[in-house]
Design a protein around this ligand. Structure first.
Ligand SMILES: [Zn+2]
Length: 755
């Protein structure tokens, strides 16, 4: 390294000293003056010399948080330039981002758009004055965390461009000016200073609230209201005086701007803590709890893609209230009205005006209403299916396993509804030719409901399927309607410290619910439980739950391998769909872990041969397997309207033969006093006669004899025979017993179990 010339160091130190002294003088004169305009004109030349700039421009933020107004500008250009808070101007961008910006050439559009895609230099004033702006440093004038103005230095006099050191100097000058600006304004130093000055709260209280707000799930403002008994308006006034921005509280009469809100996911807004309160794409007024949080402001700017942003300050609870009002609907029959309204529109509109006539608000409300209605009807899925050319699009919901129509949409509304759903689920709306997957969350009656969304292109247009994910916690094992014998045996299975337990059945047979019921039983502080699921539908405190992602290549097998390194006692592996996963599952269950999993098989005995077909080691598998529970969900009769009847003898004989063709008498029925029920239909069950579902089960317990059969790769028939001999009831038998209990009828049983 070359030795640094001590003479140069000395010169630099002297220059620095000189700069400091002059800055101090400027500061002193500025603070002592009573007329800002006067003093800044006087100080102009010293400042320009000190910072080696040709020009200086100062902006002050308007009290309403709307615009920057030029407070001072060198040269002959007109005063009072107003610049909106927007990323499209340099001063506006610096005010929003709250960071200094150094530009070598303002005419270099590429360099500007690298800072922000919208950023541009306005040449208008240069043209007016004949001045040529080239290099620039812009820095926020801040009081604490709050931007109160912008300082711009234009054209470096020595080198032509500014360097980082010039930016630091500009920031120092900005601090000096900030002191003066805030002295002149009646702005307070802290957000609650106004309350302190008026003795409405003490400093000690404030510190205590601050600490508690951080530790507990609350805010200082709510503690000020509940404990210090300060009104919301007073708190608002205090915040106004600090942030110099108007305060707004929740007002139910305010209609949120649909143009701005329609694309916003409420869960996202809640995380962000802001909401567009009025305005449009040109100028949006946003309510936020901290107007100096630039990262959120820059994000809102990007997400909303509006020309100007005007900030208002509000309490976070009020902001949430606004966000909630996005999903709530006041009128019960709004949907019908909306549909009527939409249908009427159609006939009167000429083709080319249709697009413009889109009642965005109606579409947003319509989609929200469909989801709410489906949720309230306990639906598992919503299907939006476009009809053939010009025919109505049907919206159907699946309730208790069966689809029913919810409503028909006019043909041309289908696209809008699908587009809205795609926006809510974070999908690419312009992509209509490929299937897409997404997720969305809505709030219904204060409950967060999550939906998994899939769109699929069909010959008639895109269709969408929304699966409502079961929210909330697990059902206890006792609530799963297992027969007393099965419940006892499942509990016995869970007492094993290690081994493999399988729950099997087709999609939608309630396997996840059952597995979580089992985990609920096993979930104790002294046990470490890991789950890998696709998707995670039920959450339970105490479990470590992991979502499988096929997209990013995180598989069940990957999850298993990482779990085994994380010292688990119990592992739930969503599905054993391949050899690798099954193999690791069996290995894990042989090395001291209790492993739970599922398979898409029809019966318990079949499950065993299916796994053996995967080429698993029969010795390990027979050692590991504890039991297999096969299940189905069967619709149950509506309790409000089911009709009792005395079954004729042939119906009883039929049930007996169904129960056991070889030995019909094995079904014990008191035929003299047997009451069965049939479906009728009432308003509670949507006139279907059925409401809710119950599980029917088939539990195969592995004993020594069964272990031998597995080891010898025996046939399904042999395995089934032995299982029944040791007490297993088949799905059909369990269903018949539930039928005899009056829970369902034979049609429903036959729907889910073949004869
Ligand atoms: Zn009913």
């Amino acid at each position: 390294m070359q030795p640094i010339d001590p003479e140069i160091i000395k010169q630099k130190q002297q220059a620095m000293q000189h700069y400091r002294t002059r800055l101090m003088v400027i500061n002193k004169r500025l603070q002592q003056s009573t007329d800002f305009n006067n003093i800044i004109t006087e100080l102009e030349q010293p400042i320009l010399k000190l910072l080696k700039a040709q020009r200086i421009t100062l902006y002050r933020l308007e009290n309403n948080g709307k615009e920057l107004i030029s407070a001072f500008k060198t040269g002959t250009t007109p005063n009072n330039i107003r610049i909106p808070l927007s990323t499209s101007s340099i001063a506006g961008y610096v005010a929003l981002s709250q960071k200094s910006l150094r530009i070598d050439d303002v005419s270099n559009d590429k360099a500007l758009s690298a800072v922000h895609p919208k950023l541009k230099f306005n040449h208008h004033f240069d043209k007016l004055s004949g001045f040529n702006t080239k290099a620039m440093v812009a820095t926020p004038i801040k009081k604490g965390q709050v931007v109160i103005g912008i300082l711009q230095l234009i054209n470096q006099t020595d080198e032509g461009i500014f360097v980082d050191n010039d930016m630091l100097k500009a920031e120092e000058l900005a601090n000096v000016i900030a002191k003066k600006f805030s002295k002149d304004s009646n702005a307070t130093k802290g957000p609650f200073d106004y309350l302190l000055h008026n003795n409405q709260v003490t400093l000690k209280q404030l510190k205590d609230f601050d600490e508690r707000a951080r530790k507990q799930k609350t805010t200082i403002t709510s503690l000020l209201m509940t404990e210090a008994r300060i009104s919301k308006d007073e708190i608002g006034l205090s915040l106004e005086k600090y942030f110099q921005i108007p305060f707004m509280s929740f007002d139910p009469n305010i209609h949120l701007p649909t143009e701005l809100c329609q694309n916003l996911n409420t869960a996202y807004l809640k995380k962000q803590g802001w909401i567009p309160i009025s305005g449009n794409q040109e100028e949006a007024i946003i309510l936020i709890d901290n107007p100096s949080d630039y990262s959120r402001i820059m994000e809102m700017e990007r997400v909303l893609d509006v020309d100007k942003i005007i900030l208002r300050i509000g309490l976070i609870d009020d902001i949430y209230q606004y966000i909630n009002s996005l999903t709530e609907t006041s009128e019960e029959h709004l949907l019908d009205d909306l549909i009527d309204q939409l249908t009427i529109d159609e006939s009167n509109i000429v083709e080319e005006h249709k697009e413009e006539s889109i009642n965005d608000h109606a579409i947003v409300q319509l989609v929200n209403q469909v989801i709410t209605d489906a949720y309230n009807a306990n639906a598992s899925d919503i299907h939006v299916e476009p009809g053939k050319e010009k025919q109505a699009t049907s919206v159907r919901i699946r309730v208790d396993g069966l689809c029913r129509a919810l409503l028909d949409l006019p043909y041309h509304r289908a696209k809008e509804v699908i587009a809205r759903i795609k926006v809510m689920a974070g999908m690419d709306i312009s992509e209509r030719r490929k299937p897409q997957d997404g997720k969305l969350k809505v709030k219904i009656k204060g409950q967060t409901v999550e939906l998994r969304v899939a769109t699929i292109p069909t010959v008639n247009g895109e269709c969408a399927v929304l699966r409502i994910l079961a929210s909330g916690g697990a059902l206890p094992l006792e609530k799963l309607n297992l027969s007393p014998e099965n419940l006892k045996n499942v509990e016995k299975l869970t007492e094993h410290p290690h081994g493999l337990i399988l729950v099997v059945g087709p999609t939608g047979s309630g396997k996840t619910t059952t597995l979580h019921g089992v985990l609920n039983k096993l979930n104790r502080v002294d046990r470490k439980i890991w789950t890998a699921e696709d998707p995670v539908e039920i959450t339970q405190p105490g479990l470590q739950q992991v979502q499988i992602s096929r997209k990013s290549g995180f598989t069940f097998a990957d999850a298993m391998r990482s779990f085994l390194r994380a010292d688990p006692d119990i592992i739930l592996i969503g599905e054993m769909r391949d050899k690798e996963t099954s193999h690791i599952g069996i290995e894990a269950s042989l090395t001291g872990h209790l492993v739970l999993s599922t398979l898409h098989t029809n019966s318990a005995p079949e499950t065993i041969t299916r796994l053996l077909d995967l080429d698993l080691d029969p010795m390990s598998f027979s050692d590991a397997l504890l039991g297999v529970l096969a299940q189905r969900l069967m619709r149950t009769l509506c309790k409000s309207c089911k009709q009792a009847y005395q079954p004729p003898q042939q119906e009883i004989d039929y049930l007996r033969r169904q129960y056991d063709p070889d030995n019909p008498e094995s079904l014990q029925i008191d035929t003299t006093n047997l009451t069965l029920y049939r479906a009728k239909g009432c308003e509670h069950c949507g006139d279907t006669g059925y409401s809710g579902r119950t599980g029917i089960h088939e539990l195969l317990m592995v004993d020594d004899e069964m272990r031998k059969l597995i080891y010898n790769k025996s046939s399904v028939a042999l395995i089934k025979k032995h299982a029944i001999k040791s007490g297993m009831k088949t799905l059909l038998q369990d269903g018949i017993i539930k039928l005899l209990n009056g829970e369902t009828d034979i049609q429903q049983l036959h729907r889910v179990v073949a004869e």
